[in-house]
Design a protein around this ligand. Structure first.
Ligand SMILES: *Cc1c(COP(=O)(O)O)cnc(C)c1O
Length: 404
C-alpha cells in the first residue's frame, strides 16, 4: 500500500490512466487549433472536440449544442450567474442561493451585490437541507435565478433538486445547479431534474484539471446568457478562447467512464464508506455531519468531539490525506462555512474530518485508515483536559442539539 492513503477525492481526483491515454496524442500529433477551418490539423482537433462534447452531454442527458467548455466549474459558475444577471437585469435583480454553497457561487453573488443585485442566502436545517416552503416564499417578481448545488462538497448532502426546479418553473424563474460533486457520481439528468444551467468540473471525476463545462438549456425555456470572455467567438460566442483540445478530450473520456461505471463504482464505494463510518462511529462522542439518507455514496463527514482536527491531521500527514472542517483563510483557520451554516459550533466544526473515497480506494486502505484514525483520536483525547472533564461528567457541550 502506498502512503499516504488518499481520502480527499472531493478536493480533486487523480486522472484515470485511460483518460491520460486518450489525451496524449493531442499534445504532439493532433495538435491543431479546433478553430482552424482550412486544413486537416484543425479538422482533426475539431473532431476530438465534437466527440468529447457528445460524451460530456451524454453524462447529463443534454444536447451537444447546450455544452459550453470552460476552464473548470469556477468559470462555469461565474459565466452562468453573471451571464444570467446581465441578460435578465431588465426583468429583475434578485437571486436566491444557499449559505452552504461553494465559494465559487457565494463569492460570485457577493460580487453582483456590489453591482446592485439583491441576493437571498437561504439557511439550512441541521442536516443541510433547504426548506422548500422558505425557498418559495423568498421568490419575488424580481427573482431571475435560483442556484442550489446538487450535492455538497463537504458533507455529500444531496439537495431535492427536482422539487426545487418544480418551484422555480412554477414561478418562471431560472434554476441553476453546481453539480461539481454530483456529476459522474450519481445519475444527473438535466431534463428529468428540470435544470436550466449546470456547472461541472473534469478534475472532480478523474479527468484533468483546468477543464469544465456549463450546460445552458436551449429549449423550454431557451436560456440566454451574456458572455464573460470576448474574443474569437468560440463556443457560440459564449466563451471565447482557443479550446484546450487535450483537456477536453480527457474530460470527454472521463465522462464516458463515469457514465458506464457509475452503478458498480457507487455501490462499491458506498460499501467501503459505510465500513469506515461505522468503525469510526464506535468512538465515543462522534457524529455524522449531514444527512445520511440523501448523500453521495463516497463521502462521510464526521465530528470527533474534543479533538482538534487540524492538529490531528498534521499528526498523520504521512499516513492519511483528508480534509478538516476548517478552511485556510489568509490569516487563520476559519471553521467551515458549510458546517457553521448547519448549526455546528466553531469547536465542533474544528473537530470535523471529511473523508472522500474514490475510484482507486481499496479495502486495505480503508482498514488502514480505520486503525490509524482510531488510534490517533484515542491518543489525542488521552492528553486532552477537555476530554477528561467531559468524561468526569462536566457538561462542556455548547451545542443544545443532539447531532445524531
Ligand atoms: C471543486 C468545486 C468547484 C470548483 O471547481 P473547479 O473546476 O476547481 O473550478 C465548485 N463547486 C464545487 C461544489 C466543487 O466541489
Amino acid at each position: 500500500m502506498k502512503l499516504p492513503v488518499y481520502l480527499d477525492y472531493n478536493a480533486t481526483t487523480p486522472c484515470d490512466p485511460r483518460v491520460v491515454t486518450t489525451m496524449l496524442p493531442y499534445f504532439t500529433e493532433i495538435f491543431g487549433n479546433a478553430a482552424s477551418r482550412s486544413h486537416a490539423f484543425g479538422w482533426a482537433a475539431e473532431e476530438a472536440i465534437t466527440h468529447a462534447r457528445e460524451q460530456v452531454a451524454a453524462l447529463i442527458g443534454a444536447e451537444t449544442k447546450e455544452i459550453i467548455f470552460t476552464s473548470g466549474a469556477t468559470e462555469a459558475i461565474n459565466l452562468a450567474i453573471k451571464g444570467v444577471y446581465e441578460t435578465y437585469t431588465t426583468k429583475g435583480n434578485h437571486l436566491i442561493t444557499v449559505a452552504t454553497e461553494h465559494k465559487a457561487v457565494l463569492d460570485t453573488c457577493k460580487h453582483l451585490e456590489k453591482q446592485g443585485a439583491q441576493v437571498t442566502y437561504l439557511p439550512t436545517d441541521p442536516e443541510g437541507f433547504i426548506d422548500l416552503a422558505q425557498l418559495e416564499a423568498a421568490i419575488t417578481p424580481q427573482t431571475i435565478l435560483i442556484t442550489v448545488m446538487y450535492a455538497n462538497n463537504e458533507t455529500g448532502l444531496i439537495q431535492p433538486v427536482k422539487q426545487i426546479s418544480d418551484i422555480a418553473r412554477r414561478h418562471g424563474v431560472l434554476f441553476m445547479t453546481d453539480a461539481s460533486q454530483a456529476a459522474g457520481k450519481i445519475p444527473v439528468d438535466v431534463n428529468a431534474d428540470g435544470i436550466d444551467l449546470l456547472a461541472f468540473s473534469s478534475h472532480k471525476m478523474y479527468g484533468p484539471k483546468g477543464v469544465g463545462a456549463l450546460y445552458v438549456r436551449r429549449k423550454s425555456p431557451r436560456v440566454k446568457i451574456t458572455a464573460q470572455l470576448d474574443g474569437g467567438g468560440h463556443e457560440n460566442g459564449m466563451r471565447s478562447g482557443t479550446l484546450n483540445v487535450s483537456g477536453i478530450a480527457g474530460f470527454g473520456m472521463a465522462c464516458e467512464l463515469c457514465r458506464t461505471e457509475m452503478p458498480a463504482e457507487a455501490a462499491r464505494l458506498a460499501g467501503l464508506r459505510d465500513r469506515l463510518e461505522q468503525a469510526l462511529l464506535q468512538l465515543e462522542a462522534t457524529a455524522v455531519n449531514g444527512s445520511t439518507a440523501h448523500r453521495l455514496p463516497h463521502v462521510s463527514n464526521l465530528s470527533f468531539k474534543y479533538v482538534e482536527s487540524e492538529s490531528l491531521l498534521m499528526g498523520f500527514h504521512k499516513s492519511i490525506a483528508v480534509s478538516s472542517g476548517s478552511a485556510c483563510t489568509s490569516a487563520s483557520m476559519a471553521p467551515s462555512h458549510v458546517l457553521k451554516a448547519m448549526g455546528l459550533s466553531d469547536e465542533l466544526a474544528h473537530a470535523s474530518i471529511r473523508f472522500g473515497l474514490g475510484r482507486f480506494t481499496t479495502e486495505a486502505e480503508i482498514d488502514y485508515a480505520i486503525t490509524t484514525i482510531t488510534a490517533a483520536i484515542l491518543q489525542h483525547r488521552a492528553v486532552s483536559p477537555l476530554w477528561e472533564m467531559y468524561k468526569a461528567g462536566v457538561d462542556l457541550d455548547a451545542i443544545p442539539r443532539n447531532r445524531h
